[in-house]
Ligand binder design. Structure first.
Ligand SMILES: C[S@@+](CC[C@H](N)C(=O)[O-])C[C@H]1O[C@@H](n2cnc3c(N)ncnc32)[C@H](O)[C@@H]1O
Length: 380
C-alpha cells in the first residue's frame, strides 16, 4: 500500500536503458533478417519510452524548451507565411507538434531511427497537417524540394544532427541548389558573439559554426543570429542561425534576429576587438566580447575531446557486446556437449548391466566395467 497518491517512481534512466537494449537487439535481429521479431521489439521499446513523461519532455518542450526560440519561429512564420515548413530530425515529434499547432500549412518532417519514428508517429497521428517520413534527411529533402515551385517560400528547420555522420552541409546544398527563396533555421549552431548559447561539435570540420557554411550556401546569403542574449533564454539554451538568400529582406523584418554577410560574421568571430571598434562598443561591451571569445576557444577543445572519448566508449561497448555474445555461444556449446555425454554415460551403464546379464566370466565383466568407468570419468 502507498500512502495518499504516492506511486512508486520508475527511474527514467532505467526506462531509457531498457528501451535502448531492446532497440539494439531489434537492430541486430533486423540485420539477421528476423524482421517480425525486430518490429515487435522496436514497438515495445517505443511504448516504453512513450510511458515515461520524463523522457517525452527531455529537453523541456518544443525547441529545446526555449521560449525565446519559440517567439522567434512564431514571428518568422508570421512574416514569411511559407508554403510549407520542413523539419529534419523529428526525434519524438515534440517540436513538430508545436509547428503543426502554430502554423496551419503542411509540416513535413523526417526521422531515420525506427525507435523515434514510432514515438513521433503516435504523437503526430492526430495532426492532419503533419507528414512524417521514415528516411534519411538527404533523401527526404531531395524529394521535398521537387514537390514545390522553385520560387515558393519554404521554411526549413534543420535538426538532424547528433552523430558523426553530419548531413548538414549536404542538406544546405540540396535546399539552395533549387530554392533560393528558402529560409533555413539550424539548431545547435554557434552564435559567434554569444558563446553562452550551446552548439554541437562533432570534431574537426564538424563543428556547427560559420566555417561549416563555407561553400554550402549561396555566396550572397545573409546569416542571422538571435537578438536575445543567451542569459535571457530559457530551456537548454542552444544557439541557432537563420540563413536566407532571396528572402533575406523579409527575414530582416524580424526584430528577433540580427543579420550580416558570412564574411562579416566570420571577421567578427575571428577578431572580436576590431569588430567592437567598428560597432562603437563601450569598454564594458568590448570586455564582454573578449571574454566570450576566450570562453569559446576554451570550450572548443574539451567539447571535441569529450566527443572523441564518447566514440571510444561506444566502440568498446560494441566490442564487449560481440564478445559477450561469443561467450554465450560457447557456453551453449559446452552445455550441449555435457548433455550429450550424460546420455552416452547412461547408455554405457545400460550396456554394462546387459553384459552382467549375459553371465560372462566375472573377470571379463570386471574388465568391461573398468573400461566403462574410465570412459565415463573422462567425459563427466
Ligand atoms: C536533436 S534530435 C531532433 C530533435 C527534434 N527536432 C526536436 O526538436 O524535438 C536529432 C534527431 O535527428 C535524427 N537524425 C540524425 N541523423 C539523421 C538523418 N541523417 N536523417 C534523419 N534523421 C536523422 C536522430 O535520430 C534524432 O532523432
Amino acid at each position: 500500500m502507498y500512502e495518499h497518491d504516492e506511486k512508486p517512481m520508475v527511474d527514467d534512466q532505467l526506462i531509457s536503458n531498457a528501451s535502448q537494449s531492446l532497440n539494439s537487439l531489434a537492430k541486430a535481429l533486423s540485420k539477421t533478417g528476423d524482421a517480425e521479431t525486430a518490429e515487435r521489439l522496436f514497438l515495445q521499446a517505443a511504448d516504453l519510452e512513450l510511458s515515461s513523461p520524463g523522457l517525452q519532455n527531455c529537453w523541456g518542450g518544443p525547441f529545446n524548451g526555449q521560449k525565446g526560440r519559440q517567439t522567434l519561429v512564431a514571428d518568422l512564420l508570421h512574416i514569411l507565411n511559407p508554403a510549407a515548413v520542413v523539419e529534419t530530425g523529428t526525434f519524438r515529434g515534440i517540436t513538430t507538434k508545436w509547428l503543426a499547432e502554430n502554423y496551419s500549412g503542411p509540416v513535413l518532417t523526417c526521422e531515420k531511427e525506427t525507435l523515434y519514428y514510432l514515438q513521433a508517429k503516435t504523437r503526430l497521428d492526430p495532426l492532419d497537417n503533419v507528414n512524417l517520413h521514415f528516411e534519411d534527411s538527404r533523401v527526404f529533402l531531395r524529394e521535398i524540394v521537387q514537390k514545390f515551385p522553385v520560387r515558393a517560400i519554404l521554411m526549413f528547420y534543420l535538426d538532424a544532427h547528433w552523430e558523426l555522420d553530419l548531413p548538414l552541409k549536404e542538406e544546405l546544398q540540396i535546399i539552395f541548389a533549387s530554392h533560393r527563396n528558402a529560409v533555413v533555421l539550424i539548431d545547435d549552431f554557434r552564435v559567434p558573439d554569444d558563446c553562452r548559447y550551446g552548439w554541437d561539435n562533432y570534431g574537426p570540420g564538424k563543428s556547427l559554426d560559420l566555417t561549416l557554411l563555407d561553400g554550402a550556401i549561396p555566396s550572397d546569403s545573409r546569416i542571422f543570429f538571435p537578438s536575445m542574449r543567451a542569459t535571457e533564454e530559457t530551456g537548454a539554451v542552444r544557439g541557432c542561425c537563420v540563413i536566407a538568400c532571396d528572402a533575406a529582406a523579409k527575414v530582416t523584418k524580424s526584430k528577433f534576429l540580427r543579420g550580416d554577410s558570412l564574411k562579416e560574421w566570420t571577421r567578427w568571430a575571428a577578431e572580436p576587438q576590431a569588430c567592437a571598434e567598428k560597432k562603437n562598443c563601450t569598454d564594458d561591451e568590448q570586455r564582454h566580447l573578449n571574454e566570450e571569445h576566450d570562453l569559446a576557444q576554451k570550450n572548443e577543445a574539451p567539447a571535441y575531446d569529450l566527443e572523441r572519448r564518447l566514440q571510444e566508449a561506444q566502440d568498446l561497448a560494441a566490442k564487449n557486446e560481440a564478445w559477450a555474445r561469443d561467450v554465450e555461444r560457447r557456453l551453449q556449446e559446452a552445455r550441449d556437449l555435457a548433455a550429450k555425454n550424460e546420455a552416452w554415460a547412461r547408455d554405457m551403464e545400460g550396456r554394462l548391466q546387459e553384459a552382467q546379464g549375459l553371465n560372462l566370466e566375472q573377470s571379463v565383466v570386471g574388465r568391461i566395467a573398468q573400461r566403462l568407468r574410465e570412459a565415463c570419468s573422462l567425459w563427466r
